[in-house]
Design a binder for this molecule. Structure first.
Ligand SMILES: O=C(O)C(=O)C[C@]1(C(=O)O)C=C[C@@H](O)C=C1
Length: 334
């Protein structure tokens, strides 16, 4: 194992230990609550957006006392958030990979659930869990946050928490961009078959619950393209404005693409997948060393190349599509 692999592994183990500490969790929840600001619509700043991105120039009248943190909407800050989000995506997919594909989970009525579409079709188990999750999370304003996007936005419930006014980060056009149906389709048709073994192991609830976590993490990462695009626009307003005025999607794609950064992302994902996805068994390793046995070839929970390729072929291209879609409409309300 290389030094950086070892460091990553140590960091990950430390992260797991600290996140399982109830006291620390409570402390960080209290800190989070103390620092948080809430918003009622996507035009305002959420707790998570403040924590991850900080905030932008105020386009709406903020609640008195709300900080204007537009200086923090920089590419390095946003990239740090993308790096943190990688951990959740990789870890959740590794967890999902321990179960078989379980095709019944995705078939409408494949597993009995007490929920039907308006035309009387029973939902699949996965859709049922995702819809129910969105109903609960929607009540506590999850989808008012600019970095969260519902898979069933037309059916969100009334909120139980009152709205607050905070300065907006993104241009108004951001609200209309939601590519979750595309993310769902790619997840079910390409990603899931690439990470989970064929077959049915009966772990329907676990598989579907992990699907929901993976879909939410992917959706958040991909729609973060809105923040990336806003930061890039602010860094080069003249260049972007000219292309936006010409509605030149191809040139916008060229301008925002940085292949060197993409290759670094792919390599980092490969390294994280290799680190998080190996069975860590120090006792067995020590015994092997004592017995001067040859190291067995490492078996990963998911082949690191699969996740690296997923980032290169799916996650980053979709993030860039979101960036272009946002930029094309960036000046609509000016
Ligand atoms: O970091 C950036 O500059 C981004 O635009 C984000 C991102 C990515 O999705 O990770 C997308 C496009 C770039 O080519 C490089 C990376």
């Amino acid at each position: 194992m290389s030094l950086s692999q070892l460091q990553l592994q140590q960091q990950w183990q430390q992260h797991c230990r600290s996140s399982s500490s109830r006291v620390q969790q409570q402390q960080s929840t209290r800190r989070w609550q103390a620092n948080c600001v809430h918003r009622a619509t996507k035009r305002q700043v959420s707790c998570k957006a403040v924590a991850n991105v900080q905030s932008p120039a105020a386009a709406t009248a903020p609640t008195p006392g709300a900080r204007d943190m537009s200086a923090s909407l920089t590419l390095p800050n946003i990239r740090s958030s993308l790096i943190r989000q990688e951990d959740s995506i990789i870890f959740t997919l590794i967890e999902r990979a321990q179960f078989a594909q379980n095709p019944l989970v995705y078939q409408p009525g494949g597993v009995e659930v007490p929920a039907y579409s308006k035309d009387g079709k029973q939902y699949s188990l996965m859709e049922y869990i995702l819809r129910e999750t969105e109903q609960l999370h929607g009540k506590v304003r999850r989808y008012t946050s600019p970095d969260e996007h519902a898979f069933y936005p037309e059916e969100l419930p009334a909120m139980v928490l009152p709205p607050l006014e905070y300065p907006s980060i993104l241009a108004p056009a951001a609200d209309a961009i939601n590519i979750n149906s595309q993310i769902m389709s790619i997840y079910l048709n390409s990603l899931l078959p690439a990470i989970a073994a064929l077959g049915d192991d009966g772990n329907y609830g676990s598989a579907a619950t992990l699907d929901v976590l993976a879909l939410q993490a992917l959706s958040k990462r991909i729609h973060y393209g809105k923040f990336v695009a806003e930061a890039k626009f602010r860094a080069k307003p003249e260049e972007y404005t000219a292309l936006i005025k010409n509605q030149d999607a191809a040139a916008l794609m060229d301008l925002l693409t940085d292949r060197k950064v993409e290759l670094a992302v792919v390599e980092r994902v490969r390294l994280k997948a290799a680190t998080f996805g190996q069975d860590v068994n120090p006792a067995a390793q020590q015994q092997q060393q004592q017995d001067h046995q040859q190291q067995h070839e490492q078996v990963y929970k998911i082949e690191p190349d699969v996740l690296a390729k997923m980032y290169d072929d799916v996650v980053m291209p979709l993030t860039k599509d979101v960036q272009v879609a946002y930029l094309l409409r960036r000046l609509d309300h000016e």
